[in-house]
Design a protein around this ligand. Structure first.
Ligand code: GUN
Ligand code: ZN
Length: 458
């Protein structure tokens, strides 16, 4: 048997992982093989299923290609998790309590992002550490915002490239009351400059490493963006083929404020429609308080939502009606929204999504529940659908790139599993992970079959 050190060999992207193998490739479908295996060949998934069937398929592979749990561990092999909404520069200030979004942005977030410049001491080390923490969750794809600065976004891309993770990232664009400076903001921050800087970052980074890195055009939200900036952002995204990300209808005071800023628009979503920002490659963070008309606009345009329930609780934003989004046919993924959400751990985000739906059901028991299997789908294949990478990652379907997360089930069982055995049904494993999973249980993460986590020893 190989030790974990061997798995760090970057050239070694052909191997078999053994354990409980599970994925959630579509809504309501949870596949699980208790004595399973996943065969990875040249960075792609060759097959996933019962171990004896995989063994027959790869019988000419050498014994050293097989990785099995060491004594005392019980491995669970999953597709890598996908976080579709988080803010890189905000991670150092997680857990700053404030009653609501707008005061929190002004008091904690804007000063933090404003200081996130390339000259910041040890920014490279900080960015490397950030991506290591992303990988340590079992997250293999992340869709992220930088600060408004081109230089620190450039460094964030460089760190993403070093990390081996699949990353979609953009510099925040804003030209109205930027970082709370009102009209005193240096004129260099105009919308023209923001577009030029975004375009330069696209030229340098979009599509790097055969598409592992993607640029995302990122107008922050209607509160800090002029009509010109939003229209320019939409045109830039259309020109370059980049995805778009922004925030929508997160908080009631924010919605009221947007109404006063854009009196010509019928709704918050209509502000973005008028700018040309709706579309199948647009990811809207939060979408907690959409009206039926807005749901229709979102669905008709194929726009998608980053559901950020830990953040919605932390900032008192509300209970996002996931059931309504899905019923309208809107594609949804899950976002940690660090630092609106307090942690990068997507199992906590899944749990929070389930509890949000439970809370909605206390008021109306006719609403559907969100099952752990469905939550896992949102955090994997659903997320890939939102980032536009459904044909690349998100499940263990043969032919997809081998983005994998390996957990030790014993690490989520009471007393390290010494006195308990999990039930074999995949639904039970999903519940266990959703309620007790996290980085303490991670034993490996791979993108395209290459190790991306720090490779801690068992
Ligand atoms: N709306 C505009 N900017 C932000 C942000 O940084 N975090 C959250 N949660 N909402 C926002
Ligand atoms: Zn956000």
């Amino acid at each position: 048997m190989l030790c974990l050190q061997d798995m760090n060999d970057p050239a070694n992207s052909t191997f078999v992982l053994c354990g409980y193998v599970m994925d959630a490739p579509s809504w309501g479908l949870l596949r699980g093989w208790e004595d399973g295996a996943v065969a990875v060949q040249d960075g792609k998934i060759l097959a996933a299923g019962p171990r004896h069937e995989i063994a027959t398929m790869v019988q000419d592979w050498p014994e050293r290609a097989w990785r099995r749990a060491p004594q005392g561990e019980r491995w669970l092999v999953l597709p890598g998790l996908i976080d579709v909404h988080a803010h890189v520069p905000q991670y150092p200030v997680v857990g700053r309590v404030e009653t609501a979004l707008l005061p929190w942005l002004k008091r904690h977030i804007f000063p933090t992002e404003q200081a996130f410049i390339a000259e910041r001491p040890v920014i490279r080390e900080e960015l490397d550490a950030f991506f290591q923490e992303v990988a340590a969750q079992g997250t293999t794809t992340a869709m992220l915002y930088g600060a408004v600065w081109q230089d620190s976004t450039d460094l964030a891309f460089a760190a993403a490239e070093r990390s081996g993770l699949r990353v979609l990232l953009g510099k925040v664009m804003m030209d109205v009351d930027s970082y709370g400076h009102g009209s005193h903001w240096p004129p260099a921050r105009t919308w023209e400059v923001s577009l030029t800087e975004s375009r330069e970052l696209i030229t340098t980074w979009h599509g790097r490493d055969r598409g592992r890195l993607e640029y995302v055009v990122s107008p922050r939200f209607a509160v800090t963006c002029s009509r010109e900036l939003m229209a320019g952002a939409a045109a830039l995204a259309a020109d370059s083929g980049c995805a778009v990300q922004t925030h929508l209808s997160e908080n009631l005071a924010e919605i009221d404020y947007v109404r006063t800023l854009f009196p010509e628009a019928f709704s918050y979503t209509d502000v973005y429609r008028r700018a040309g920002l709706l579309g199948p490659r647009s990811v809207f963070g939060h979408a907690v308080h959409l009206t039926p008309d807005e749901l229709d606009l979102m669905a008709a345009s194929g726009s998608t939502v980053a559901h950020c329930p830990t953040s919605n609780f932390f900032l008192n934003s509300g209970l996002c009606p996931l059931d309504q989004l899905r019923q309208a046919g809107i594609r949804v993924g899950l976002g940690s929204d660090v630092a609106g959400g307090p942690e990068l751990n997507l199992w906590q985000v899944m749990r929070s999504a389930i509890e949000t739906q439970k809370a909605r059901r206390f008021h109306d028991s006719s609403l559907p529940e969100l099952t752990p299997a469905q939550a896992l789908h949102l955090a994997t294949a659903g997320g890939a659908d939102v980032t536009g990478q459904g044909g690349i990652t998100g499940s263990l379907t043969p032919g997809l790139e081998a983005d994998l997360a390996l957990f030790d089930l014993n690490a989520v069982l009471p007393m390290q599993g010494r006195f308990t055995t999990p039930e074999a049904a995949p639904e039970t494993i999903a519940v266990l992970m959703v309620y007790r999973g996290g980085p303490q249980a991670l034993r490996g993460a791979w993108v395209r079959g290459r190790r991306v986590d720090a490779g801690r020893k068992p």
